[in-house]
Write a new protein. Structure first.
Length: 122
């Protein structure tokens, strides 16, 4: 199970990008997150830029998988379970992450079979 952005496990430099211009101001070590911008996701995919995206709905998740998203970030466990089930059924290349704030939520994610968690306040 992946545990991202934990203080003990190489904290990430999370950078939210909302345009090509903001993307150009990032460095390769940044953990790029796109929120609700499929055109930018398409640009990243076409230019081999790794990125994550916060999921707003199932259709968006499926489109993002086809646009090469590395991580699908879910806001709640129910949503993460739903996406994880599809990921396993359709063999997504993307990993499903549940966004959490407390270490106590790690076992919940593990028991639910989620690919991983990310410590981050959306």
């Amino acid at each position: 199970m992946l545990i991202l952005n934990h203080a003990l496990i190489s904290p990430l430099q999370i950078v939210c990008v909302d345009s090509i211009e903001s993307l150009q101001n990032t460095v390769p070590s940044d953990f790029l997150v796109i929120q609700d911008n499929l055109e930018l996701a398409k640009f990243c995919h076409e230019n081999s830029v790794e990125y994550a995206s916060v999921i707003e709905n199932l259709t968006q998740a499926l489109l993002l998988v086809n646009l090469g998203v590395k991580y699908l970030i879910c806001k709640d466990l129910k949503e993460a379970r739903e996406i994880q089930e599809l990921a396993e059924n359709y063999l997504f290349d993307s990993k499903v992450l549940w966004c959490i704030a407390k270490e106590g939520e790690i076992p919940k994610a593990a028991k639910a079979g989620i690919d991983g968690v990310i410590f981050w306040k959306i």
